[in-house]
Design a protein around this ligand. Structure first.
Ligand code: HEM
Ligand code: HEM
Length: 287
């Protein structure tokens, strides 16, 4: 994927656009999504101490993702001068993405079923839950963005920025945080303070919410303003208040990352006493 994406002989004219569309989408769909889903299939059941709900649903989700995700790169270029049929294939396969997304979401939620009491015990499950819900909502949003009539309104607007963060941040970052909070304490034996994990969770969640809602609302109004034929500057002026909300949300997200950095430091700091005991004990045994 990287080789094709950077080979210079593909990089001219419309061919470049097609290659870059597929390259970018393989990046989010076949790299970020697959490894994060892989982590979730492992760490969600293991942190709940039970098996995954359905192995068959997992197999279905995996193979349909391989089939549909690899074919949707051109949905970034709806209404562009690329072949119309290629755009249509991408739109149809974007709808096909509902199959792996529904299969995956069902599998994760059914695995969580019966363990809701864990929610109050640690923040691992809430992080997983937010990631899984955004997996469904963000991906469905993407499928709906691919249609010609919706793309007509939303393309080139801030709505896309909302989608990028609902997915890259809501799914990928939240599931990665869940996995890190699930595994690191088991490796190092060091738990962060629940209060501080809570501060990270709520600031990231509320911040993302403000970011997304403002960009989705402002983006839609911007698209409609362009369709009405208003001047570009009008759409910039109307976005002002939504960008203020994005700044508020973004600042909360940024602050939550500082909290995470501290929690990570606490979890990753090796227990010096434990370490020295481990170092000393083999020598003691041989002596
Ligand atoms: C069912 C799954 C998905 C579908 C059908 C889908 C669909 C789309 C569509 C149609 C666009 C282009 C909108 C436009 O330019 O007008 C888009 C953009 C984007 N999507 Fe998705 N999406 C899906 C899932 C995801 C996931 C899981 C991620 C990230 C992990 C993601 C990240 C992005 C990003 C970053 C962009 C913006 C690209 C740019 O800068 O132009 N999408 N998506
Ligand atoms: C403090 C947290 C974050 C803030 C405040 C933030 C803010 C922004 C801003 C202002 C843009 C430019 C939007 C525009 O073109 O108008 C952007 C773009 C983008 N960000 Fe973030 N971001 C954050 C975290 C992240 C993270 C963690 C990821 C990925 C995991 C991410 C992925 C992206 C992507 C893919 C784009 C391009 C979107 C597009 O072209 O549609 N962001 N971000």
């Amino acid at each position: 994927m990287v080789t094709i994406g950077y080979l210079p002989n593909y990089q001219n004219g419309l061919g470049e656009t097609i290659i870059q569309g597929y390259y970018m989408h393989q990046g989010v769909g076949m790299w970020f999504m697959t490894f994060t889903l892989g982590l979730t299939y492992y760490y969600l059941p293991s942190s709940l101490n039970k098996p995954i709900y359905s192995y068959s649903l997992g197999v279905l989700a995996f193979w349909t993702q391989m089939l549909f995700y690899t074919m949707i790169g051109t949905h970034h270029f709806v209404f562009s001068p690329l072949p119309w049929w290629l755009q249509t294939v991408a739109i149809v396969f974007s709808m096909g993405m509902f199959i792996p997304v529904v299969a995956g979401t069902t599998n994760f939620l059914m695995t969580m079923k019966g363990s809701w009491n864990q929610i109050s015990k640690s923040y691992v499950l809430p992080f997983f839950l937010v990631g899984v819900v955004f997996y469904f909502v963000g991906s469905s949003q993407g499928s709906f963005q691919a249609f010609r009539f919706t793309n007509y309104v939303w393309h080139f607007t801030d709505f896309n920025v909302a989608h990028s963060h609902m997915t890259m941040y809501g799914i990928i970052s939240f599931l990665l945080w869940a996995s890190i909070y699930a595994i690191l304490p088991k490796i190092t034996g060091r738990e962060p303070k629940q209060l501080f994990v809570g501060v990270h969770f709520w600031m990231a969640f509320i911040g993302l919410f403000a970011y997304m809602i403002s960009m989705m609302t402002g983006g839609t109004l911007k698209g409609l303003s362009w369709i009405e034929g208003n001047s570009f500057i009008e759409s910039v002026i109307l976005m002002k208040q939504y960008w203020v909300w994005r700044a508020i949300g973004g600042s909360l997200m940024f602050l939550s990352h500082l909290m995470f950095a501290y929690n990570f430091y606490v979890m990753a700091k090796m227990n010096r006493v434990k370490e020295s005991i481990q170092k000393v004990s083999p020598q003691t045994v041989t002596a």
